[in-house]
Design a protein around this ligand. Structure first.
Ligand code: ADP
Length: 371
């Protein structure tokens, strides 16, 4: 018993050597996670080494800066005073070289020294030791929330204006607001459809019925649908080799791919009046024989540097046209993934403001013959 008390006393002595600050400081140095503390005005009061490494800024440059210059937390997290316990949310960190990195964050309040309930500031922890899969998932959730929030905010805003100020609005304005609500609801529904498609793709729950198909027939079906959607704004001409072998694909997925590529060709060339389709067989007679469908438009084009990124999720290139054109940025991701699952591919060549050609490649023999 006496021995135990002596040991406890010695422990107390050792603990007294280190202040809470010293321990916290050492802890923040030995973890790979990033720490930022700020005062109640949102001015940065502390960053650890990882934070310097992640952002490219030195501690001296960050201290005193407003936290909004360093990161964006999910809406409302910092502005509430009841942020007492840790929160787990994705946040965007702005780096010195103007990149935006997404991390899950946890945030807690910092208590005033000697006080049980008075708050002095906030401590935000950027969790970096997640796996690539977790990171990708966090990024995806963050982007999806953002994409969903935009139409929802617009629907809520216009619906509330109509509800509360209906009398003050003339007939024309009312119609305009209702049509915005309808457009935004349609955007939301497209987004949900595309997200479901992505989810089915990624969970590998898609069922394919691979069969020999007449590519010309599939193209004709898609052209009719897309032309009517765009009120026949473009003439679509088709050149083809004769005779053509069948392609081995799933009929619905093939039409989904073709529709997306032809729709994009028309969407991103509003000043042009034609889209050209060319069907050919590459490497005929060889083991590597493939059907190639080229879809060429004469629209805005794509910068060489952006070519790879357009196949990513939610990738929309910034241009005045894209900003005013409906789209989710998921179409090409879905299209390329489907083509690859069908043992094919989608490639693109583009000259800015001249012409863009998307090439769809598909097998001309049944899957078993290729393997
Ligand atoms: P979206 O729903 O935005 O059309 P996509 O995944 O189909 O999404 O395309 C991704 C981005 O690639 C588009 O937002 C656009 O910036 C660019 N893009 C796609 N097709 C074309 C094209 N034919 N010409 C120029 N840019 C294109």
């Amino acid at each position: 018993m006496t021995q135990m008390t002596e040991k406890q006393d010695t422990n107390k002595e050792i603990l007294k050597l280190h202040s809470a600050y010293q321990i916290a400081e050492s802890f923040s140095r030995c973890t790979r996670n990033g720490f930022v503390a700020c005062n109640l005005n949102g001015e940065i009061t502390y960053v650890n080494k990882t934070m310097e490494e992640l952002t490219g800024w030195h501690e001296a440059e960050l201290i005193g800066k407003d936290i909004t210059e360093l990161y964006a937390l999910p809406e409302g997290v910092l502005n509430t005073t009841d942020v007492d316990d840790a929160l787990s949310q994705p946040a965007i960190l702005y780096t010195r070289d103007e990149k935006k990195l997404t991390f899950p964050v946890r945030q807690t309040s910092i208590k005033k020294e000697g006080s049980e309930d008075e708050i002095d500031g906030y401590l935000t922890l950027f969790i970096t030791n997640t796996s690539d899969v977790d990171r990708a998932q966090t990024e995806f959730v963050s982007t999806v929330s953002h994409e969903l929030r935009t139409p929802i905010t617009s629907i809520k805003g216009f619906a509330s204006t109509l509800l509360h100020h209906r009398q003050k609005l003339d007939e024309e304005k009312r119609k305009k607001y209702i049509s915005i609500i309808k457009d935004q609801a349609e955007r939301l529904s497209r987004l949900v459809e595309d997200l479901l498609a992505v989810s089915r793709l990624e969970s590998k729950k898609l069922q394919f019925t691979i069969q020999p198909l007449d590519i010309k027939k599939s193209i004709d079906n898609c052209v009719t649908v897309v032309q009517s959607k765009h009120n026949d704004s473009h003439t679509i001409s088709m050149t083809t080799q004769d005779p053509l072998p069948p392609v081995w694909a799933d009929a619905d997925r093939l039409e989904q791919i073709l529709t997306n590529l032809i729709d994009n060709a028309m969407k991103y060339s509003p000043e042009a009046d034609k889209v050209d389709l060319d069907i050919s067989v590459i490497n005929p007679g060889e083991n590597s024989e493939m059907m190639q469908v080229n879809i060429t438009d004469y629209g805005i084009g794509i910068d060489q540097g952006d070519i790879d990124s357009i196949f990513g999720k939610f990738s929309r290139l910034d241009s005045p046209l894209t900003r005013t054109t409906e789209g989710t940025g998921l179409g090409l991701y879905i299209t390329k993934s489907l083509a690859c699952m069908l043992n094919g591919d989608v490639k693109v060549k583009s000259e800015k403001e001249k012409q863009t050609t998307f090439s769809l490649l598909l097998p001309t023999s049944p899957p078993s013959n290729k393997e």
